[in-house]
Write a protein that binds this ligand. Structure first.
Ligand code: ZN
Length: 439
């Protein structure tokens, strides 16, 4: 059980009413009391016109009915909105659901995680990952930015049997506190898993792409951080990294002290062969030239106003994982300040080792409580367009607009007013999701 938020397990499951509908290869008009495109204000009595897997029109139903001779599907008192994006997960850790509890120390949790991960038996992955996939689908998630150190998810996602439903990116995460000085350059792109060339790179579905991520500034040497960013940049991919998740991280980067130093020592990664920056993680990343609009700083709990100014200046995005932060007791990100500085926000669940469910609806509901100054519009945008932008898939997903994928959610709302539509999605979306339409 999650002791922080003792809600019942998986209240979001909505089977058997929840349906996944594949749209037909003909003009269709999906009409509902409300359409929430995200890219523009909600439309009352709205419609989405689709054809061959694409959205061809969004607007008032009365107008679109005149424009398209189409088969009509009427969702009644429902909200049609973009499917959700889980910008940060670690699906390979799914067997660890319920196995770790927060200890009050971030580093103690990291140690427990490493130990528990090493004890996962090969046969545990299949059922745990299948369950995680099902849970994310049932919670309206269509794309994921999944991070892993193993080959479990690349192999899973490259199956041809249709068990992998998500678009997005798999990030091979590197942990490398001390680079091998004998290597002149980091062999990214040719090394994939444990230094071996892996054909997964070629067989991944084109809609689920592949890139590299760095674990954190305290666990990856500056030369390796730069190499990872350079690889992602040259391949047009985003660069995610855990940033400012805990006070221990700040303490370590500032002066090389604290429990993280002990952890590195314990793992044989001390002393380092470079100087620590004596700066915040955000400033350090800026100094290394690694912050730009394609960098996704995951967490950003322990950031101050200077850090926020740097993020805003460089255009870097932030992926919030509020339920994971609460679970680990590391604090609450200054979300209102980040939003006020126009920093693009996305939402992630992080892993089942620090969360009890994989639901962006649940993250939105939690964020609303933790950051009451943030509007429901901003929260819903983070769970949809913000995620698509962070993963580089906003031309296809994240909002409802002409040319994007005909993929959206139908959420039963009853007859609600304009001012309540976004609030309803943020607070009640997961309980009332009835349909995931995939074009
Ligand atoms: Zn993470």
């Amino acid at each position: 059980m999650n002791p922080v938020n003792p809600e019942p397990l998986n209240p979001c499951y909505k089977s058997p009413n929840h349906q996944i509908t594949k749209s037909q290869n003909s003009f269709r008009l999906h009409i509902a009391r409300w359409v929430v495109p995200v890219s523009r204000p909600p439309i009352e009595n709205g419609a989405i016109a689709t054809f061959e897997g694409k959205i061809v029109g969004v607007g008032p139903a009365s107008e679109l009915r005149l424009s398209y001779q189409a088969e009509i599907k009427d969702y009644g008192d429902s909200i049609l909105c973009p499917a959700l994006i889980n910008t940060h997960s670690h699906l390979e850790l799914s067997p660890l659901r319920w196995r770790l509890s927060p200890s009050g120390s971030f580093v103690d949790w990291v140690k427990a995680l490493i130990e528990a991960r090493n004890l996962i038996r090969r046969e545990e992955w299949e059922p745990a990952i299948c369950q995680a996939i099902k849970e994310m689908q049932e919670n309206g998630i269509i794309a994921v930015g999944d991070v892993g150190n193993l080959d479990v998810i690349p192999l899973f996602s490259s199956r041809k049997d249709g068990t992998w439903p998500f678009r997005g990116v798999f990030f091979q995460e590197l942990v490398c506190p001390i680079p091998n000085e004998a290597e002149e350059e980091i062999p990214l792109g040719t090394s994939f898993v444990n230094g071996k060339v892996n054909e997964s790179l070629d067989i991944l579905e084109p809609s689920f792409r592949y890139a590299f991520s760095a674990h954190a500034t305290y666990s990856v040497a500056p030369t390796v951080l730069k190499a990872i960013k350079a690889w992602d940049q040259s391949h047009g991919m985003p660069f995610p990294i855990h940033v400012a998740e805990s006070e221990e991280e700040i303490e370590f980067l500032q002066g090389g002290q604290g429990p993280l130093r002990e952890l590195l020592k314990e793992k044989g990664h001390w002393p380092l062969n470079y100087d620590l920056p004596k700066a915040s993680p955000v400033r350090y990343l800026e100094t290394l030239g690694l912050l730009d609009k394609h960098t996704v700083c995951v967490h950003c709990v322990q950031v101050d106003q200077d850090d926020i100014s740097i993020l805003a200046k460089t255009g870097a995005g932030v992926c919030l994982c509020p339920r994971s932060n609460v679970f680990l007791g590391v604090g609450v990100a200054p979300v209102e300040e980040l939003h006020a500085s126009c920093i693009p926000l996305a939402l992630g669940t992080d892993s089942l080792a620090s969360n009890d469910r994989l639901s962006i609806f649940a993250e939105m509901a939690s964020l609303s409580k933790l950051a009451p100054g943030l509007s429901p519009e901003a929260i819903f945008r983070a769970g949809t367009y913000g995620g698509a932008r962070a993963l580089g898939i906003s031309e296809e997903l994240g909002s409802l607009a002409r040319g994007k994928a005909a993929t959206f959610l139908a959420v039963e709302s009853g007859p609600i007013s304009n001012k309540d539509v976004l609030e309803f999605l943020v607070h009640e979306g997961c309980r009332e999701l009835s349909d995931l339409v995939i074009g």
